[in-house]
Design a protein. Structure first.
Length: 255
């Protein structure tokens, strides 16, 4: 009987280790992470209803990246996470030059690991890439493809700046704002911004432009905080001077 009990306990322990191993592997799977950090964006306004994509990046907790043209001009913006939860968002920053935008969560925000950003978009022709987006309003569609051409410029898109052209398995309206991910390094090399009309070609903003956009945002926040601190110190100093002046006047009056 004792051997049977020990055998059962050993089987239970082995099963628990197996489940833990699966869960740990799943948590570390970079493709799973791309799903967890991707969101469908829904917008309502005078223009009607529309949808797009957005994603979270490391070092920008509580915010999402998307395209300016996805969210500009809408009054209500909501995102849907892979677990089905919905969050109301506000537009934190928009760039008409780069066609990028930052969305901000409210007090209710998910805990996200964020996607890594590549140091540069130095991928060669034929390099494998993938995206997680929401073509035609569908939820969380995984697209694979490759770099078809490099730094092609399209008039009217992203201020005529250079773009990465990729051939993806599925590309349609609603993909704008999704992350273009290096399939080897599993880091973001671009932001999907447009598509061709009759082919599976997609155009993405290079990660260097995203980094420039983010650096400008962080710099403005830093300066804002610095300015508020300096103003507070100035007010405290002047309050002390005013307080001392009043005390002196009261002293003179009493004497």
């Amino acid at each position: 009987m004792r051997k049977i009990i020990l055998g059962i306990l050993l089987m239970v322990a082995m099963f628990c280790c197996f489940v833990y191993s699966i869960e740990t592997h799943a948590a570390e799977n970079p493709i799973n992470e791309s799903f967890k950090n991707s969101f469908k964006v829904e917008m309502w306004g005078v223009k009607g209803k529309a949808s797009g994509s957005a994603f979270a990046i490391k070092g920008l907790d509580g915010y999402l990246i998307t395209n300016r043209h996805v969210v500009k001009g809408f009054d209500i913006i909501r995102v849907i996470a892979v677990d089905g939860k919905k969050y109301l968002m506000t537009v934190e920053l928009i760039s008409d030059v780069s066609d990028l935008a930052i969305l901000k969560f409210g007090a209710d925000k998910p805990k996200l690991s964020g996607l890594e950003i590549c140091n540069n978009s130095n991928v060669s022709l034929g390099h494998p890439v993938y995206t997680v987006g929401h073509p035609r309003g569908q939820l969380f569609i995984f697209n694979t493809g490759f770099v078809a051409s490099f730094k092609r410029t399209l008039n009217g898109i992203n201020g005529n700046k250079k773009l990465i052209t990729t051939n993806l398995s599925t590309i349609a309206g609603g993909m704008s704002g999704s992350s273009l991910i290096d399939a080897k390094k599993h880091c973001v090399v671009g932001v999907v911004v447009a598509k061709t009309k009759d082919t599976n070609l997609a155009y993405s903003i290079e990660v260097e432009q995203l980094q420039t956009f983010l650096n400008g945002y962080k710099y403005s926040i830093k300066n804002y905080i610095k300015g508020r601190i300096e103003m507070a110190l100035f007010m405290v100093e002047n309050y002390k001077k005013a307080d001392n002046y009043i005390k002196e006047k009261i002293k003179e009056y009493n004497s």
